[in-house]
Design a protein around this ligand. Structure first.
Ligand code: UDP
Length: 329
């Protein structure tokens, strides 16, 4: 395969995608408006700064580069913000992918791998969650991702553009050897917050709810190493290129950890006494989200390398402790 266009490649998962492409000796062109991404996170491929909602910007890229496949990470992804400003999410997320698809259609690019999310399921009916389970998002972020998944289905029929929608569970970890890790502002994700508390950059971790119907009362999530996630994108792209059918795939480890278990694991990994205290539930948080990853394993041949939660946290810790201010300073 030749050049891959990575939209949103300066973000957390996108930059690890570039890492993965570089390990495989594959060329990348990165389109990112740097609204949440970091130029310093682009360690492989050419970064072209601009907005994928701008048709001229995209046409320029597709005209200049021979693009063989597109991976679309470019989106806003904060659940809370999506509830307070839904139009920001619809306008950015849906429009960005519309323009990408238009440009692909115009330039005869046949495959797209799309960043979707477990948030499309909303409050699940059963665990582990399978791709065929009910989708009923409980926030605008999940709604925009589901809308795009459906749009991809129609575009596949109309224009013959093949797609794989990858529904991520909780992306975690980093590749410090490649000089990249997680740097969100504001940070809302559990593992980086726990590690910031370990570094003393936060006074404590707030545990959002201790009265869920789970073993210890805190929410359970499925944490998957970001390099395993990235690898699944390559497999999906290759699968589509080889004639595989478009579809949706869950990407998770298949096992769940509670908030308290994550804090305990982080205490073991860091050797730090991480202060934590119960706080109110966060609106829209389902109690348990654990993936069935059987479809990705059997159809794409996805094999998860980082199965230990300690190893995942250790990689994030290595990055955070070396870059306490993220990419900025
Ligand atoms: N969480 C928490 N305290 C925090 C951040 C997150 O207790 O400071 C909980 C959150 O309620 C959820 C889990 O940790 O149950 C993972 O949250 P995160 O935001 O990392 O990912 P999400 O599951 O929302 O995509």
């Amino acid at each position: 395969m030749g050049k891959i266009l990575v939209a949103g490649g300066a973000g957390y998962i996108g930059s690890h995608m570039l890492d993965c492409l570089s390990m495989r000796g594959m060329d990348a062109v990165v389109a990112d408006n740097l609204s949440t991404g970091h130029a310093a996170a682009v360690k492989h491929g050419e970064l072209i700064v601009g907005d994928i909602r701008d048709a001229n910007f995209l046409n320029g890229i597709f005209s200049k580069h021979k693009i063989d496949g597109v991976i679309d990470f470019a989106a806003f992804s904060l659940v809370g913000e999506s509830c307070s400003d839904p139009l920001k999410y619809y306008a950015n997320n849906v429009t960005g992918t519309i323009e990408l698809l238009r440009a692909m259609h115009r330039h005869n690019v046949g495959s797209i791998v799309f960043s979707s999310t477990a948030a499309v399921y909303g409050e699940p009916e059963k665990q582990p969650i399978e791709e065929t389970d009910r989708t009923l998002p409980t926030n605008p972020y999940g709604e925009t991702k589901l809308a795009i998944e459906r749009m991809l289905g129609w575009c596949a029929e109309a224009y013959g553009i093949k797609y794989a929608s990858l529904r991520y569970f909780n992306a975690a970890g980093a590749d410090p050897a490649f000089g990249i890790g997680e740097d969100h502002s504001p940070e809302t994700h559990l593992i980086p917050i726990v590690l910031k508390a370990a570094l003393g950059k936060r006074s404590h971790v707030g545990i959002y709810g201790t009265d869920y119907h789970t073993k210890d009362g805190t929410c359970i999530r499925d944490y998957i190493h970001v390099l395993d996630l990235a690898n699944a994108h390559l497999l999906a792209l290759e699968f589509l290129e080889k004639g595989g059918e478009s579809g949706v795939f869950n990407l998770g480890n298949g096992s769940g950890f509670s908030v308290l278990e994550i804090i305990e694991a982080a205490r073991r990994v860091t050797g730090m006494d991480i202060p934590a205290r119960p706080e109110a539930r966060r609106a829209g948080d389902p109690s348990v989200l654990v993936a069935s990853n059987e479809k990705a394993a059997s159809v794409l041949g996805w094999k998860i390398e980082h199965t230990s939660i300690e190893d995942i946290i250790a990689s994030a810790w290595e990055w955070q402790s070396a870059h306490p201010e993220g990419y900025g300073k």
